[in-house]
Design a protein. Structure first.
Ligand SMILES: [Zn+2]
Ligand SMILES: [Zn+2]
Length: 541
C-alpha cells in the first residue's frame, strides 16, 4: 500500500467520523496525518516502526493503524465506520466541495441519500433553504456533483451531452475532411450510458492526432479500435472505410439483428438501409423496437407537435422563476399553452402552496391571460401530493377549481409493491385526477423507483381516463419508455412533461420527446400535442 492510499484511508475516516459527529480532536488528528502522509518523501512501507513513530503527528494509536494498513491492507476502525453509514452517503463524502457537515444537513433535512439525489435537490433549488447554504454554495455543489457523476462508471446523458458536443467540434476541426459520427448508446439517446462511441471513416494514422488532443489518454489500442478516456469518460473509437461507414453506423447504432439482414452494399445514407429492409425510416433514438417485417406507427411524435408545456414549478412553490417569466419563456419557445403546477400544501420541503396562495395564483393567471390577443394561455394546474392513504392533498372544492390536476407521490416513498400500487390506484380513481406524475418516483442512478404493478396501474388509468406523465427531467424519465406500448394498447394518453423548476428546464421536453419516440409514442397518443381546447376537454374542463 502506497503513501497516497494510506493518506486516503485516514481522510475517509476523518470524513465519516465528522459525518457521525464524533470527537473533534480525533478528527483533526486524522485530517492532519492524512495531509502529512500525502507529502511524505519516502514510502512508509519501507520505513521502520521507529521512523514511522518519529513522523510528526503520529502517536501510538495512529502508528498502530498505519501498521495495520501496511500489513493487512485494511483498517478495522475505518471498516466499522463505513458499515454504519449508507453506501450513498459514503459516495457523497467523496465529492469535493461539500463537506461532511453539509452532507449531514442535506441528509437529515431533505432525506438526500446519494450524490444523484443531492444533484436533484440542487436542481430543485432545495439546498438554499438549508442553514449554511447560499445560492453560491448550491451552484458550486452542483458543479462538483456533475463532475463527480460524470466520472462514475455510468453517467446520465445530460451530464455528458455538452462535453460530447464540444468534443465533436474539436474533432471536426482537427480532422476537417473526415466523415465521423457518434454512435452506440449516446447516438440512441439512451438516458444512461457507460461510454461514448465514435465512428470514423479513416485509417489508423488519425488516431495519433486524436490522442494528441488535450484531456485524452490512451487505455488500449487494437486493430481498428481505440479505447481512450476523454476527461476520464471512456471513449471508444472505431475505424471504417468510407464505403463501409453507413453500414457500420447503422449496425453500431442498433438493433444489430436488423443490420445482420442487410446485404452490405456501400450505402450512401441510412435511409437506404431502411429501404432495403422495407421498414419506414426511424431516427436513431427510435430504433430500439424495430424488428424485421413490422412497421412502426406512421406518425411518431415530434418535438414540433408539442403544443403545451405541462408540469412546471414557479416561485409559488420551489421554482426559481416567476409565473409570468415561465409563461413568457414557453411562449417564446413557440408553445401555445403553459400548465403551471406548483406543489400542494403538504409538501413543506418544497414550499407547497397554501389554499390562500392557490387563490392568489389563480388571480394572477387570470390577469396574465389574454388569449384573444396573444393566442397563448396559462392553465391553472397543480402537482397534488398523493397522501399516504391515496387521497389527494386538498379538499374537493379547491381541487375542482384547478383546470389540470397531476397526482404525484413525494413522501413516504418506502413502500412494498402492493401498498404503492394501491396508493396510486386510489389517487387515479379520484374524479379530480387528470394525470399521474412520475409514476415510479425513480431517480436515474440515484434511487430506484418503488416497486409497482405497472400493468395494473395502466389499466386503472384507462378505466378512469387518466393520462400518464413521461417526466422528461433527464434525472427521472419516468414513465419508463418501455411501458409506452402497453399504455397505448390500453388507449392511455402520455403527456411529455418537463417538471421544470427553472425556465430553461422547459427544454427538457426536447429530450423527453426523444425518449417517447423510443417507446414509439404516436402523435395521437400524446396528450400535450393536442391544442388547448382539446387538452382542457380531456381534463373535463
Ligand atoms: Zn413531483
Ligand atoms: Zn414537479
Amino acid at each position: 500500500m502506497g503513501n497516497k492510499e494510506l493518506a486516503r484511508s485516514f481522510d475517509q475516516l476523518a470524513k465519516i467520523m465528522e459525518f457521525q459527529g464524533e470527537n473533534h480532536y480525533k478528527i483533526r488528528s486524522y485530517q492532519r496525518i492524512s495531509g502529512t502522509l500525502k507529502k511524505l518523501g519516502s514510502p512508509l512501507a519501507e520505513m521502520s516502526m521507529d521512523e514511522i513513530n518519529a513522523i510528526e503527528g503520529v502517536g501510538k494509536a495512529i502508528a498502530g493503524k498505519i501498521q495495520e494498513l501496511l500489513n493487512t491492507g485494511t483498517m478495522q476502525t475505518l471498516e466499522r465506520y463505513k458499515s454504519e453509514v449508507p453506501q450513498g452517503i459514503l459516495e457523497m463524502l467523496n465529492v469535493k466541495g461539500i463537506g461532511p457537515k453539509k452532507i449531514k444537513a442535506a441528509w437529515k433535512e431533505l432525506g438526500v441519500e446519494s450524490a444523484t439525489e443531492l444533484l436533484y435537490a440542487c436542481n430543485e433549488n432545495r439546498l438554499v433553504e438549508l442553514k449554511g447554504f447560499g445560492a453560491k454554495t448550491q451552484q458550486e455543489v452542483r458543479r462538483q456533483l456533475e463532475f463527480f457523476l460524470r466520472n462514475r462508471a455510468n453517467f446520465l446523458h445530460i451530464n455528458v451531452k455538452e462535453m460530447a458536443d464540444h468534443l465533436m467540434e474539436i474533432l471536426q476541426s482537427t480532422l476537417p475532411s473526415i466523415q465521423m459520427s457518434w454512435t452506440g448508446s449516446f447516438r440512441r439517446c439512451d438516458p444512461v450510458l457507460d461510454k461514448l462511441e465514435l465512428l470514423i471513416a479513416a485509417e489508423d494514422d488519425v488516431l495519433d492526432e486524436i490522442l494528441a488532443l488535450p484531456d485524452m489518454s490512451l487505455i488500449e489500442k487494437r486493430a481498428e479500435h481505440l479505447s481512450l478516456a476523454y476527461q476520464e469518460i471512456p471513449l471508444h473509437i472505431y475505424l471504417s472505410t468510407p464505403q463501409d461507414f453507413v453500414l457500420r453506423l447503422f449496425a453500431s447504432t442498433g438493433p444489430r439483428a436488423l443490420a445482420g439482414r442487410l446485404k452490405g452494399a456501400a450505402y450512401t445514407n441510412e435511409e437506404a438501409c431502411f429501404d432495403e429492409l422495407g421498414i419506414r425510416y426511424l431516427s436513431p433514438e427510435a430504433r430500439a423496437l424495430a424488428v424485421a417485417g413490422a412497421q412502426p406507427p406512421d406518425r411518431l411524435v415530434r418535438r414540433e407537435d408539442i403544443l403545451g408545456v405541462v408540469h412546471a414549478h414557479s416561485l409559488y412553490s420551489d421554482g426559481v422563476d416567476g409565473l409570468e417569466e415561465m409563461a413568457a419563456y414557453c411562449k417564446g419557445a413557440g408553445y401555445q399553452y403553459f400548465v403551471v403546477t406548483d406543489h400542494s400544501q403538504i409538501a413543506v420541503y418544497a414550499n407547497g402552496v397554501s389554499r390562500k396562495n392557490v387563490i392568489r395564483q389563480w388571480e394572477e393567471i387570470d390577469q396574465l391571460n389574454n388569449f384573444a390577443v396573444d393566442r397563448f394561455r396559462i392553465l391553472k394546474g397543480i402537482e397534488c401530493d398523493i397522501l399516504n392513504d391515496g387521497n389527494l392533498d386538498y379538499d374537493d372544492e379547491l381541487l375542482a377549481g384547478f383546470e389540470v390536476v397531476i397526482a404525484s407521490i413525494h413522501t413516504n416513498i418506502r413502500m412494498n409493491e402492493r401498498k404503492a400500487t394501491d396508493r396510486i390506484i386510489r389517487a387515479v380513481e379520484s374524479p379530480h385526477t387528470n394525470m399521474l406524475g412520475h409514476p415510479t418516483g425513480r431517480l436515474l442512478l440515484g434511487r430506484e423507483g418503488y416497486p409497482l404493478d405497472m400493468a395494473k396501474i395502466i389499466d386503472a388509468c384507462a378505466a378512469n381516463r387518466v393520462a400518464i406523465e413521461l417526466n422528461a427531467s433527464p434525472y427521472r424519465l419516468d414513465l419508463d419508455w418501455r411501458w409506452i406500448a402497453k399504455a397505448r394498447e390500453k388507449e392511455v394518453l402520455i403527456s411529455i412533461n418537463p417538471d421544470a423548476h427553472a425556465k430553461e428546464a422547459i427544454n427538457y421536453v426536447d429530450f423527453g420527446v426523444k425518449i417517447a419516440r423510443k417507446g414509439w409514442l404516436d402523435k395521437e397518443g400524446c396528450l400535450n400535442a393536442r391544442d388547448v381546447d382539446a387538452f382542457l376537454t380531456f381534463c373535463g374542463k
